[in-house]
Design a protein around this ligand. Structure first.
Ligand SMILES: Cc1cc2nc3c(=O)[nH]c(=O)nc-3n(C[C@H](O)[C@H](O)[C@H](O)COP(=O)(O)OP(=O)(O)OC[C@H]3O[C@@H](n4cnc5c(N)ncnc54)[C@H](O)[C@@H]3O)c2cc1C
Length: 451
């Protein structure tokens, strides 16, 4: 008898688990209340990166004179942008749906909840379907956190779900929150010519990142005229003829619009977890290294698991769970090492990192070798007329094994793949140096940094 695997939520975690488990022979049912592809396709990764790509083209158009081209006055057409996002989303959603059906996954459009440790109920528009499960995956994602002092109206005070694309282009946007999501918004809106004030609760934008990396971004934000309110926490928003964000230190940031980018909360309310005996922590479902909750046959993946809130991590968890459910974990299955997950920030300069950070190594007293070269070391950076940025590689001084790295500059998100592979496969810096790379490419800066 095939394993009955019921998945709640069709985002990157849920749809990847469904595809792999079905391929491995499970009888998979996927319940999704909105669209397959999840928030990642509908509101987060795809719309954000589509608009950021347009913003990047726009800011590049302002710099083309250095390449001997005359400047064109690029203007954003929000309607075209909306249509472009919708087209990409539609295309990706059909791709995922087709893949799932081709693997024989049963898809139910409705809202699911647990009715017991092995029972899921899916409420559709017309009926309630009872599903028995040998294994269950909770992959319900998260939604923007809205504090009680802010009432987003979708017009002048926006959540992250209302701003890609925004209802209108703000003249002056106050962005509350300077983590990855916040700074990507600042980058996008300034690329389109909006003024921006950024409320930074600490003394550094991107507080969780390497200070040198954060400083490179901060320099660019200041160059773009972004006002930084450092060490300030927003605590009230007044809407008059302008939008006023009041901070706890008495400062007031005034703009035409405000945007909340202060994190997310897990979608676990109403899921019936408590009744089924599943332990939660602050709404998240704590998991072990196999992504199992306290009940061995109930897994959690993606944002709801409280691990790294990244689409890439959600998909990897989904894949590992499929293998575990099908019992192949004892052979080729490897646990996810969250410390080795690459991540990227799509700003200008683009930022990407993986593995051990220099600051963390110093804080823990671990001996490391740090090598750093500027992008200008690669001829391609000169050819691109874009020499800003650097590559930093952290390795073990005794063995030469690559432990981590940061890349700041054009195409950093693509280039980090080389370091991600090195970190995951325990490659040495000499392995990078001895790879005969194409010329001229930005990757040559990686080889230089590995010397
Ligand atoms: C603005 C923004 C930009 C981002 N950009 C990136 C990026 O560039 N790269 C990256 O890696 N990550 C990015 N992220 C993070 C990424 O979007 C999330 O980590 C990812 O979506 C998590 O995937 P998931 O499968 O857990 O959840 P989701 O994508 O949220 O999918 C969960 C699904 O579950 C469904 N669901 C919930 N409850 C139920 C229920 N009871 N019954 C049925 N269905 C249910 C929802 O409708 C949803 O479709 C971004 C996040 C934000 C906010």
């Amino acid at each position: 008898m095939a394993v009955k695997f019921v998945i709640i939520g069709g985002g990157p975690a849920g749809n990847t688990a469904a595809t792999y488990a079905a391929r491995l022979g499970a009888e998979v049912t996927l319940v999704e209340r909105d669209v397959v592809g999840g928030a990642a396709h509908l509101w987060d990764c795809i719309p954000s990166k589509t608009m950021i790509a347009t913003g990047g083209a726009m800011s590049f158009s302002r710099r083309i004179e250095g390449m001997g081209l005359s400047h064109q006055d690029a203007r954003l057409d929000l309607e075209v942008q909306r249509a472009r996002i919708a087209e990409i989303e539609h295309h990706l959603q059909s791709q995922v749906t087709q893949l799932l059906s081709s693997q024989g996954v049963r898809m139910i459009s409705g809202s699911a909840r647990l009715a017991g440790p092995h029972q899921v109920v899916a409420d559709t528009d017309t009926e309630s379907i009872e599903l028995d499960a040998d294994a269950i995956l909770l992959a319900t994602g998260s939604r923007p956190r809205i504090p009680d002092w802010a009432q987003p109206d979708g017009t002048r005070v926006l959540t992250t779900r209302q701003a890609y694309p925004p209802p209108e282009m703000p003249e002056h946007l106050v962005v509350i929150g300077s983590g990855v999501t916040g700074v990507e918004f600042v980058h996008m809106f300034t690329s389109f010519g909006a003024k921006v004030t950024l409320i930074v609760s600490r003394q550094q934008v991107l507080p969780a990142k390497d200070p040198e990396v954060a400083a490179a971004l901060e320099d660019e934000l200041l160059r773009r005229g972004v006002r930084l309110f450092k060490g300030a926490r927003a605590e009230r928003i007044d809407i008059t003829d302008s939008v006023e964000v009041h901070c706890d230190d008495g400062r007031v940031a005034k703009g035409s619009h405000a945007l909340l980018a202060i994190g997310s909360i897990p979608n676990t309310d109403g899921l019936g977890l408590e009744a089924a005996g599943i332990v939660t922590d602050g709404g998240y479902v704590p998991i072990n290294h196999h992504c199992q909750s306290n009940l061995a046959h109930v897994y959690a993946a993606g944002d709801v698991s409280g691990k790294l809130p990244l689409s890439s991590v959600a998909s990897m968890q989904g894949r590992k769970i499929a293998e575990h459910v099908m019992g192949i974990h004892s052979r080729e299955h490897r646990h996810i090492d969250y410390e080795k997950a690459a991540s990227a920030i799509f700003t200008e300069p683009e930022i990407a990192d993986v593995g051990l950070a220099e600051a963390d190594a110093f804080a823990s007293g671990r001996k490391i070798r740090v090598t750093k070269v500027p992008y200008a070391a690669a001829a391609k950076a000169m050819i691109n007329d874009d020499t800003g940025g650097f590559v930093k590689i952290i390795s073990d001084p005794a063995t030469g094994v690559v432990l981590g790295g940061s890349i700041v500059g054009r195409h950093a998100a693509e280039l980090i793949s080389v370091l991600a592979l090195a970190v995951t496969a325990n490659l040495k810096v000499t392995d990078i140096v001895e790879s005969c790379l194409a010329h001229p490419t930005l990757s040559e800066a990686l080889a230089e940094a590995a010397e």
